[in-house]
Design a protein around this ligand. Structure first.
Ligand SMILES: *Cc1c(COP(=O)(O)O)cnc(C)c1O
Length: 358
């Protein structure tokens, strides 16, 4: 089953995901002017520039452009793990919910979930779960975290907690991996640098196609040896491209121009949360909006999240996602203005009032 495409004539304000960003005029112009070559041979200057830029921003020896963030996670698992190895991650993590079982298919690795708070787990949990391999117990190879945590609502890992988790992993001879799909949202929200967040990770990646506003791509970073091995996987599973510089150029542009502006998305998310917090039957805590995601609960309206979302779309042209039976998620991004957010706020309040009257 694939989600039904929505009737575009209905859709006015799309808060479904920050993946809906479209390249701006300026980004498109920059992409058009890109110098390109064959990236498989290391001859695409724009790809090389992007990879050098990201490696430097994350304090790693090397990095690799891949078509998607999913491929970044999958290749990292494949490089770190041998068949049978376990990957410790949080129960809401993207590879468990949204990567079609890739770790089992591509790496023969087992994803081992632990329960966190807001998607964050602790060094104590690592210490408790990670026991040495025996004839029976496969043993762990990797600990993976998500910054920010997606399904829990864009929550920022505290730096010290994250470092303690990495220390606990390294003390037990495990590798560490960060799914940094929204790392820069965490950077902008916390004021802590990407370098600091990245320091204790053996591998990590950033997504160019979320709030940063590029159309395609993720960049995976690590040691020279790790990226060498990642290259072979990229080739193996058909992720090696040719004149990918056009895509890389969007990434270069995004990293130069679209990081600081994530603060606007965060302000808009908070504004939306505050704006709907008094609507009848809606439960939301604006203080939990740390980055660009607003998660709210509609149980009190008497409608299911699916019903709520469907009426919001057909009645007001506002699209949101439904991560749980009563949970709604709305995400502002590049291209969603403050006026759009105010209009969406009014729509959500109107629907809540309508439901209260029924
Ligand atoms: C979007 C996302 C991914 C996958 O990225 P794609 O570029 O969509 O493949 C992985 N992890 C998290 C946390 C994400 O939000």
């Amino acid at each position: 089953m694939y989600p039904e495409p929505v009737d575009s004539s209905l859709l006015k304000i799309d808060l479904y995901s920050d993946t809906a960003t479209k390249p701006t005029r300026e980004m498109r112009d920059f992409m058009c002017a890109a110098e390109v070559g064959d990236e498989q041979r290391g001859e695409d200057p724009s790809v090389n520039e992007l990879q050098e830029t990201v490696a430097e921003m994350l304090g790693k020896e090397a990095s690799l452009l891949l078509p998607s963030g999913t491929m970044c996670n999958q290749i990292a698992f494949a490089v770190h793990c041998r068949p049978g190895d376990m990957v410790l991650l949080e129960r809401n993590a993207h590879p468990l919910h949204s990567e079609a079982g890739g770790a089992a298919v591509l790496s023969s690795a087992t994803l081992y979930p632990v329960d966190g708070v807001n998607g964050h787990f602790t060094a104590d949990q690592v210490a408790e779960e990670v026991q040495p391999a025996t004839r029976y117990w496969p043993g762990f190879r990797l600990v993976a975290v998500e910054q920010t945590t997606n399904r829990p609502g864009g929550r920022v890992w505290p730096l010290e907690q994250m470092r303690a988790v990495c220390d606990a992993a390294h003390e037990r001879d495990l590798q560490t991996h960060m799914d940094g799909a929204r790392l820069f949202n965490a950077v902008v929200a916390s004021g802590i640098s990407a370098l600091d967040y990245a320091e204790t990770f053996d591998s990590l990646w950033i997504d160019l196609s979320k709030g940063l506003g590029a159309p395609i791509g993720g960049v995976l970073a690590g040691s020279t040896g790790f990226i060498e091995a990642a290259w072979q996987w990229k080739q193996r599973i058909g992720g090696a491209m040719r004149q990918a510089g056009f895509v890389a150029a969007a990434g270069i542009y995004a990293l130069k121009h679209n990081i600081d502006r994530l603060a606007d998305d965060h302000a808009n998310a908070r504004r939306l949360a505050v704006g709907i917090s008094d609507a009848p039957g809606i439960q939301v805590n604006p203080d939990e909006v740390e980055t660009n995601m607003v998660k709210f609960d509609v149980a009190g309206t008497g409608a299911s999240s699916k019903e709520f979302a469907s009426r919001l779309l057909t009645g007001w042209g506002v699209r949101v996602s439904t991560p749980g039976p009563a949970a709604i998620r709305a995400i502002p991004y590049l291209g969603i203005s403050r006026d759009d957010v105010d209009e969406a706020t009014r729509a959500i309040c109107s629907l809540a009032e309508e439901l209260a009257r029924e």
